[in-house]
Design a protein around this ligand. Structure first.
Ligand SMILES: Nc1nc2c(c(=O)[nH]1)N[C@H]1C(S)=C(S)[C@@H](COP(=O)(O)OP(=O)(O)OC[C@H]3O[C@@H](n4cnc5c(=O)[nH]c(N)nc54)[C@H](O)[C@@H]3O)O[C@H]1N2
Ligand SMILES: Nc1nc2c(c(=O)[nH]1)N[C@H]1C(S)=C(S)[C@@H](COP(=O)(O)OP(=O)(O)OC[C@H]3O[C@@H](n4cnc5c(=O)[nH]c(N)nc54)[C@H](O)[C@@H]3O)O[C@H]1N2
Ligand code: SF4
Ligand SMILES: [Mo]
Length: 668
């Protein structure tokens, strides 16, 4: 009997929305993948990228069996081998490296390709196995480390508003976030608020598609958001609109912070940010007199030297206005800190403490490494200082294993490639970082070819190496049960059985959710206002400006058609993305004699990439913008924007500074 089956799943990609989806399976094959209309946050819509997910699982270039390198590193020449051969070779090499150099010479390099708690970066993902070998730990700082750190310093947690409460807001600031591209399901809640009279302001150096749809756009100079936050609060104080009662009961450090605010009158802020003084004043007046005000600040504005301070200070705003009292007021950066699953990496299996290597420092930290094990990551496309990374990956004495779906730039440098399952082919447990739900992804179809999931690959490898520690062999369902067993009140009533049946469940938080109406999860229970040296920290580019031969600030935010470098090989999405482009203000274009469509080198001392000029007033003079996501090897010149992104820490959490680099552009 040929039956049709509906299997509930979740989008695994690094996007705040973590959509609930439904896969239709006919005769054992997935024939349809659609958004789940029952899920209250994502409400049935996926996105332009993931509408092609099924097509992507069946793409011609999918890696379907283990491979061994036969050409020079970087050439991407491989021969097919069996899993047995792959596991043999890996076991011998790992044992040899541990004996000769110690376990810390192994770097398990795990990226954000999947946010699953079983197969992706949020959970255990092989760490128990790595602990048996004493491998180095991996600090996944590439995305949100600066903002998380800044927010935790202010609020004691990076968690904040339930994004659904945006529907209740009267003033919404979309601050360094491109909602319609990078997490569009929030938009419906913003539209609900608007229908009720809310005013929406986008604060972004680029007039993005989100800025187009907002009521107002403030084209801020990159990396100056801390100063803008202080300037807006300056107006709030001038209006005497601060919430004195909230300040007294729930905050600390106010006297000193107040002094700092007074040092930022709107004229000074206008000079720093490039936003006209009267626009700063107007927004300050709105902020002073509109309750509740909701701030949506995400990752874009923290990819700067002062990115941590920017979030730390923006987070101070609802502390001054008392917006945290009201549903619909406050700040939403990420909901991740509201998720309290029990992630048991079994650090007790380590024979001794080990060092931690930093994801964005691959270029400089690879030297001491003998085995690089890349999974769910594409550092040759995504990490800073791409040319130095390639030089490192080309080292003959480095043993590189890559678990992948597709032949990325990183795969080209692998000694052994292992074929990995995609989301319809394995189980996983998810939480969103832009909503308050947990989701279960039920495997819908068998893996194609010889693909294995992350969990199964590490189980087989552990067995192959003769390990007997029982927790290395926990099944996916056992791992999921463990994750759900933290006993945290937010998981009350949530069981694996129910999740498997229903696909998604809201975490047990009250509705409406006002997390800091009565205080903060800091030691004193109070919001900690930033000290002056953490209130506004200038960007790298501001610090270098004037003296640099590279006068233009490059920002490289998210592409509408790719998800990081995922889908960078999908023909239709590539066609829609067009060749890499660089937005250049008419004044900067004229000064260089550049017409629309002109191919240019975007370059600095780190390297260069090629792009076609799009002359546009969407960026201000002095700022140029390209997008992340194009595969270097599929781009003209074989390089992407990270060739000109320096490997440099921001002020907090060692966050990278992707949007804080100086370049020049020159016609090819
Ligand atoms: N379509 C799509 N969606 C994605 C992704 C993708 O690649 N494609 N990536 C996913 C991932 S991994 C993440 S982390 C999120 C990121 O999502 P976002 O937080 O939206 O991150 P970005 O796109 O980097 O930057 C957002 C906006 O910040 C602006 N910006 C840059 N510098 C500054 C600044 O100094 N100040 C201010 N105010 N604004 C600034 C940029 O111009 C950009 O429009 O999106 C996720 N969603
Ligand atoms: N210039 C510039 N660079 C950036 C950024 C920027 O704004 N500008 N943003 C940064 C940000 S926010 C992020 S999060 C990083 C992301 O950087 P990465 O973590 O490297 O993410 P991707 O580039 O999408 O590569 C993920 C890879 O994982 C694979 N994958 C997906 N799921 C699985 C799985 O289940 N198993 C295995 N084995 N593989 C899987 C995919 O096929 C893909 O090739 O990029 C950063 N790079
Ligand atoms: S990438 Fe984001 S919007 Fe698109 S399907 Fe996945 S979770 Fe939903
Ligand atoms: Mo990210």
């Amino acid at each position: 009997m040929s039956g049709e089956l509906r299997v509930l799943g979740a989008c695994p990609l690094d996007c705040p929305d973590t959509c609930s989806w439904v896969v239709t399976v006919e005769d054992g094959a997935a024939v349809k993948l659609r958004g789940n209309p029952d899920q209250p946050y994502t409400r049935g819509a996926l996105c332009v990228k993931v509408n092609r997910y099924l097509e992507h699982t069946r793409a011609d270039d999918r890696i379907l069996h283990p491979m061994r390198r036969v050409g020079p590193k970087g050439s991407g020449q491989f021969e097919r081998i069996t899993w047995e051969e792959a596991l043999d070779e890996i076991s011998v090499r790992l044992r040899g490296i541990v004996e000769e150099h110690g376990g810390e010479a192994i770097w398990p390099y795990l990226g954000t390709g999947s946010l699953g708690y079983l197969q992706g970066c949020e959970g255990v993902a092989g760490r128990r196995f790595w602990n048996m070998l004493g491998a180095s730990k991996h600090w996944l700082n590439i995305c949100s480390a600066a903002g998380n750190s800044g927010l935790r310093r202010t609020n004691g947690t990076a968690g904040g508003m339930d994004p659904e409460n945006f529907a209740l807001s009267k003033l919404i600031l979309l601050w360094g976030t491109n909602t319609l591209t990078t997490g569009h399901h929030l938009w419906k809640f913003i539209q609900d608020a608007r229908a009720d009279g809310a005013h929406v302001v986008a604060i972004d150096p680029i007039r993005t598609r989100t800025a187009d749809q907002a009521d107002e756009h403030l084209a801020i100079r990159p990396g100056t958001d801390g100063a803008l936050a202080l300037g807006l609060l300056n107006v709030v104080l001038a209006e005497n609109a601060q919430d004195e009662e909230y300040l007294a009961e729930h905050t600390e450090g106010w006297a000193e912070f107040r002094e700092e605010i007074l040092r930022y009158p709107v004229e000074r802020v206008a000079e720093i940010t490039g936003i006209p003084a009267e626009a700063v004043h107007r927004l300050g007046m709105r902020l002073a007199h509109t309750r509740p005000t909701a701030l949506r600040a995400t990752h874009g504005l923290q990819r700067h030297a002062g990115g941590g301070a920017a979030l730390r200070t923006i987070a101070a705003i609802p502390g001054v206005t008392g917006d945290w009292r009201h549903p619909g007021g406050g700040l939403a950066f990420s909901t991740s800190d509201h998720v309290h699953l029990d992630i048991d990496r079994r650090d007790d299996l380590l024979a001794k403490p080990v060092r931690t290597l930093v994801m964005t420092k691959l270029a400089s930290q690879l030297e001491s490494v003998k085995c690089l094990w890349v999974y769910a990551a594409n550092p040759a496309g995504s990490s800073p200082d791409a040319n130095a990374i390639r030089r490192g990956l080309a080292r003959e004495d480095l043993f590189t294993v890559v678990m992948e779906h597709f032949p990325t730039d990183t795969v080209d440098y692998a000694d052994i490639v292992l074929p990995a399952t995609m989301q319809t082919e394995h189980h996983d447990l998810h939480a969103g970082y832009g909503h308050m739900y947990l989701l279960w992804n039920e495997q819908a179809v068998p893996p194609p070819g010889e693909c294995l999931s992350t969990t199964e690959t590490f189980r087989r490898l552990a067995a192959h190496m003769g390990m007997t520690e029982p927790s290395l062999f926990d099944s996916d369902l056992e791992l999921a049960e463990q994750l759900l067993s933290s006993g945290h009140p937010s998981l009350e009533g949530i069981t694996l059985d129910r999740l498997r049946k229903e696909g998604w469940m809201r975490m047990s938080y009250p509705r409406p959710f006002t997390p800091f109406a009565e205080g903060f999860p800091t030691p004193s229970g109070r919001l900690r206002f930033p000290p002056p040296d953490q209130a506004y920290v200038p960007s790298h580019t501001a610090a270098a400006a004037g003296g640099s031969p590279y006068p233009l600030t490059l920002i490289t935010p998210a592409s509408h058609t790719f998800l990081n470098t995922t889908f960078g090989n999908n023909p239709e999405l590539r066609r829609r993305a067009k060749d890499p482009v660089v937005l250049v203000n008419p004044a900067d274009a004229a000064a260089r004699g550049l017409a629309d469509g002109r191919r240019v080198r975007v370059h600095n001392d780190g390297g260069e990439f090629l792009a076609d000029v799009e002359v546009s007033d969407r960026v201000a003079a002095g700022v140029v913008a390209s997008r992340k996501g194009h595969w270097p090897k599929l781009s003209p010149g074989g390089a992407g924007p990270n060739a000109v992104v320096a490997e440099r820490d921001g002020d907090m959490g060692r966050g990278p500074a992707f949007h804080d680099n100086l370049v020049e552009i020159t016609p090819v």
